[in-house]
Structure formats: C-alpha cells, structure tokens
Design a protein around this ligand. Structure first.
Ligand SMILES: Nc1ncnc2c1ncn2[C@@H]1O[C@H](COP(=O)(O)OP(=O)(O)OP(=O)(O)O)[C@@H](O)[C@H]1O
Length: 315
C-alpha cells in the first residue's frame, strides 16, 4: 500500500489547441482532505475527470488508491466515489431509486444496497424525503443525495466537484460538516474542487491553487497565508503610486507588495500591521501619494491567489 491515495505526475489534457491541464503533480496522503482551489476554467474538473477515469490524460500519469488511472481504470473505479457539480440524476426518480440504481450499476446485491441506503439516508439526514421525487428537493437536499450516491459503494476516496456550488451559507456549512465527519469517522480521503476560499480553508489540510491548468502553489492553508506576511496593509490613494510602491519594496520590514487586480489598492505585507501602519502612511506622504483609504487585516487565501497568479479569484 502506498502512503498516497492520489498521485499524479505531469498530468496533461489537451483539447486540440486548448490545454485544459498543463502538467499537474499531486500527492494526496491517505485519509486527508485536499482542496483544489481556482477560478472557473482553471482545469479543476478536467483534473478530477482524469483521476476518476472519465477521460484519458494526453500525457503524464496518475494513480488512485495505488492503481494507474489508465491501465487499471476498473480497479480505480471500484475504490472511488464521485459527486458532480450538476445533479446528474433523473429528477423524476425518488431519492431511494437514485441510490438503488447506483448500487445496481456496481452490481451490489439487494441486501447490501438496502443496508447501505438506510445507513446513508440517516447519515445525510434525508430519512423523511427519501421516497419523494428528487424534483421536489431543495438545492441542499440534492447535494446531500449526491453525497450519499458518491458513498454508496463505500469508497476509499471521494472526489467532490464543487460540493457546495449554489448553496446558501447555512447549507454550505452543513455539507462541510458531513465532509469533515466522513473524513474523521471513516478515514476517507477526499479531494474536492472549489472556487470558494473559505471552503478550502475550512476543510482542507492542504490546498493546491490552480490557474490556467497549472498548480501554482500548494501547502497548508495557514502556511500559504502566513508566508505572505502576518498582516496586509491595504492602501488606496492618488498621486505617485509607482514611486510609493518602488519605495515600499526597499523598506526592510515590508515582506511583499502587490497591486489588487483593478490596480486600486496597494497591498503591503508586513510583519505587524499595527506597528508598521504609521510608517507606511508617512512614507506615502513622503513619496507624493495621498492616501484616501487604509485598512489593516490578516491576509486571506484570496491574497495568496492574487499574489501567485496576479488575478483575483472570481467566478
Ligand atoms: N471536452 C472539452 N472540450 C474542449 N474544451 C474543454 C473540454 N472540457 C473542458 N474544456 C476546457 O478546458 C478548460 C478547463 O476546464 P475545466 O472545466 O476543467 O475548468 P474548471 O477549473 O473545472 O472550471 P469550473 O470551475 O468552471 O468547473 C476550460 O477552458 C474549458 O473550456
């Protein structure tokens, strides 16, 4: 048994001239939660589709649960669960029928299917709704049913493509709790994609930031953030901005300087915002930059994304 549930080396997917995934390396330890964070079109779904054997890589290799995703695709399939971004089930079916059909696809005997369904329905709290048509479910209930479907075959590894897309905050937190529970109580490895920074931060031991088909940086969320600096001073104003920025870059306690995507704010990463604020304000004045607005905050994963890609993380 390898220590990694998911491994990828130089994974590439091209569609004609378009490179959807441009060489991704991954090593996700067994029993951990890994989040791929990136904007729409970054290549997250394509990566998941390769890892779950739905599409064949153009180049590179990957193994899931110790099996090669191309040469041993069937072995991989019996060890994973997948939940998709969109509800893929026929909405005229009842929740129970959806789960039952999924079990049949995997040739589970009737008794096993029935046992799994009653266990999972309780787990995702759909007991009262399980015999209703999926069409009548709320968005949160459909997601929970998707989770249950992904778990029908008792997978070692669960892939979740944007598990809380389109849900309200309360439902999102509910799904997060299920995901955490699954990870802790069943030692399930989870790989999820998201473009919500709070989701990656709340759930994942490690976050890989994906942009334009590449993994630009990967680490524990707290490490990614603290590498930027303890605090970020955001400054908006008018005048000699370039001169101000050039000066900041020469100040010893300034760890990094970025501009936000609109070029509106100068982001000054420092060791201590409260201690350095007065000096930053003074140096703006000395460099002919008149401050309109200044705030001090802890950096976020959004700042990490901006720093590494030059873009804001947006839908
Ligand atoms: N079957 C396909 N044929 C052609 N291009 C594709 C195909 N699938 C994906 N792409 C392109 O590959 C790129 C990556 O898409 P992908 O869906 O993997 O991104 P993503 O990060 O999952 O985005 P989202 O958050 O919107 O799901 C996009 O430019 C997309 O248009």
């Amino acid at each position: 048994m390898t220590t990694f549930a998911i491994e990828a080396h130089g994974l590439v997917k091209r569609y004609g001239d378009l490179t959807a995934v441009a060489g991704i390396d991954l090593a996700v330890p067994r029993g951990s939660i890994y989040a791929m964070l990136g904007p729409n079109g970054a290549g997250k779904t394509t990566t998941i589709n390769m890892l779950t054997t739905l599409i064949v890589p153009t180049a590179g290799s990957a193994s899931v649960a110790g099996y090669d995703v191309v040469r041993a695709a069937n072995q991989v399939r019996t060890r994973i669960g997948v939940t998709f971004q969109d509800i893929v089930v026929d909405q005229d079916l009842t929740g129970r029928e959806v789960l039952d059909i999924h079990g049949r696809l995997y040739r589970q005997p009737t008794a096993v299917r029935q046992r799994r369904i009653s266990e999972l329905v309780e787990l995702v709290q759909l007991t009262d709704a399980i015999d209703r048509r999926v069409r009548t479910y709320s968005g949160g209930m459909k997601r929970r049913l998707e989770l249950a479907r992904g778990l029908m075959t008792d997978p070692e590894i669960l892939f979740l493509d944007e598990p809380t897309q389109g849900l309200d905050p309360q439902n999102r937190v509910g799904i997060w709790n299920y995901i955490r529970d699954l990870n802790q109580t069943r030692d399930l490895t989870l790989l999820l994609t998201t473009h919500y920074m709070d989701e990656a931060e709340a759930l994942a031991a490690r976050v890989g930031i994906v942009d334009k088909g590449r993994l630009v940086v990967e680490d524990a969320p707290a490490t990614l953030v603290s590498n930027l600096g303890a605090d970020v001073i955001r400054v908006r104003g008018q005048g000699e901005r370039d001169q101000f920025v050039a000066h900041l870059k020469s100040v010893p306690f300034v760890i990094r300087v970025d501009l936000d995507t609109l070029g509106e704010f100068v982001l000054v990463y420092v060791d201590s915002g409260s201690r350095r604020l007065a000096e930053i304000v003074a140096s703006a004045g000395a460099n002919h930059f008149q401050i309109d607005d200044v705030t001090v905050a802890r950096p976020s994963l959004g700042d990490v994304f901006l720093h590494h890609t030059g873009n804001a993380l947006r839908d």
